[in-house]
Structure formats: C-alpha cells, structure tokens
Write a protein that binds this ligand. Structure first.
Ligand SMILES: Cc1cc2nc3c(=O)[nH]c(=O)nc-3n(C[C@H](O)[C@H](O)[C@H](O)COP(=O)(O)O)c2cc1C
Length: 251
C-alpha cells in the first residue's frame, strides 16, 4: 500500500551525504512544478527557484556555506524571494506597487511563499525516494550569493536545498520534535511559564539521550542548551542592510 503524506512527514530527516547520482532534467522539472502548486498569498507567486548546474558556481556556494553537501549532492536548488517580475509590471504600467514591494508585509508574504514552495519540493523529493537538506548557510554571504546568481533588485536569496539519493553511510532516525501539547494550543495560547518549562525539561532529556546515542556519547547536549548557544550569538548582522539594498523592508 502506498504510504500516506502523513507517513512521509513522520519519516523526514535531513540528509547530508548523497550518492554521486545526478537528478535527471525530468525530475528537476517535476520538483519545481510541485513547488509551484503550493498555495501562494493572493496569487502573488513571489519566489523563484534557481537550479545550479554550473560546478564553479556550486563550488563558490559551498565556500560561502562551509558545508560539503552543498557541492556533493544530486542537485542543488536556491530559493529566492522574487518581486522582480512585480517590479517590472509596476514600471511597465506606471503602477503604484512600490509601497507594497518595499513593505515589511511584502517581505513576510515573499518569505512565506518561498517556504511553502520549498516544502512542497522537499516532500515531493522525499516521496520519490530522495533525501534533502535545506541550506540557510548560503545567507553567510548574501551579497556574494546575489552576485554569483546575478540576482537583480527585489530578489533575495533565502536558502538552498540539496537533493539526492542518500548515501549508505547516512544512518539515523528522525529527530524528535517538541511535545504535541507544547506546540498545539487550543483557542488560547498557553503561556503559563511553569508548564512551558516543565514540558521543555522532559524534551531536553529526550534530546540529550538522542544525541548521546547518535554520537556514541560524544555529543551530550539538551535542546535548550543547543538553542541558547545558537541564538546567543549575533548571527548575520548584515541581513537588514542587504535586504534594504535589494529594495526590501524600507517601510
Ligand atoms: C531554513 C532552513 C535552513 C537550514 N539550513 C541548514 C544548513 O545550512 N545546513 C544544514 O546542514 N542543515 C540546515 N537545515 C536543516 C536543519 O538543521 C534541520 O532541519 C533540523 O536540525 C531538524 O532536523 P531534521 O530536518 O533532520 O529533522 C536547515 C533547515 C531549514 C528549515
């Protein structure tokens, strides 16, 4: 019996080691078409997907991300917020779209559109038996990514996605998520800090055990510790400037 989409979601885990088996042109097209059928705010379709087939560009993107799986995969996509076409329509029609193009709301709409399209691509790839990993590490140098990919104004790179046949060395199991009760709130947000922290404490213990088991005891870190460390660092402080340069979030 064919597995359900629900079953597929429960099996997800990021794959970072792939076999040297490039995706066919048909598969690439199918994945992009799957992305295109995602819901999109007000039919705005504020995204593009850039496929990287040039080994030199791939290599340069790997340098930016610092991750080998950016280059060693079956195919690499880069997902960008894209209001360039809207900007062109605005110019051609002498329209009044500039405030929307430059608004914080426009940035949210575009980001949501990209994420929805990307998850459709991811699920479809996984349904075809491929593994995927998202690559936010491309935002380590947004200016360089923009230059390499020739991104015009009103286009901003959000992340990449490596897709491919999982290598045999890719052992592992799905990473347990936060408890259902912790992320699902009925009618009103449950902000009681004692309950919130209690649920996180149990989760921390589970995640610590997961890391210990997965790394033969070499990594022993709770989810809270991991997140505190990550979010305690000031990451990519230039993003607002880069967004502004591309015509985003000016109002
Ligand atoms: C927007 C986004 C960016 C990510 N960037 C990276 C990345 O640069 N490199 C990487 O190895 N994994 C990256 N990931 C994968 C996450 O680390 C991963 O999804 C998370 O740890 C949960 O693990 P799982 O996907 O195996 O369940 C990214 C995920 C998302 C959604």
């Amino acid at each position: 019996m064919k597995q359900s989409v629900y079953d597929l979601t429960q099996q997800h885990r990021s794959i970072r080691q792939f076999k040297d088996e490039p995706l066919s042109k048909e598969t690439i097209k199918k994945l992009v078409q799957a992305g295109q059928m995602a819901s999109t705010s007000s039919y705005v379709q504020a995204y593009s997907i850039i496929g990287i087939s040039d080994p030199e560009i791939k290599e340069a993107l790997k340098e930016i991300s610092g991750q080998q799986h950016v280059v060693d995969n079956g195919y690499l996509f880069v997902f960008v917020i894209d209001y360039y076409r809207h900007h062109l329509i605005n110019e051609a029609t002498e329209g009044n779209m500039k405030p929307s193009l430059e608004s914080a709301e426009g940035l949210l709409v575009g980001t949501i559109d990209v994420a929805l399209a990307a998850e459709n691509v991811a699920l479809t790839a996984e349904d075809m038996g491929y593994g995927i990993v998202f690559l936010g590490s491309l935002r380590n140098d947004v200016a360089k990514v923009s230059e390499l990919l020739g991104l015009p104004e009103h286009v901003f790179p959000l992340f990449g996605m490596a897709v491919g046949v999982p290598s045999e060395d890719e052992q592992g199991s799905p990473k347990q998520r936060l408890p259902f009760e912790h992320v699902f709130h009925e009618n009103k947000y449950q902000s009681a800090s004692t309950e919130q922290l209690e649920q996180i404490k149990q989760y921390d213990e589970d995640i610590q055990a997961y890391y210990e088991q997965r790394t033969n005891g070499q990594r022993s870190e709770s989810w809270s510790a991991q997140i505190s460390k990550m979010m305690g660092q000031k990451t990519r402080p230039d993003i607002l400037d880069r967004l502004n340069e591309k015509g985003f979030i000016k109002r």
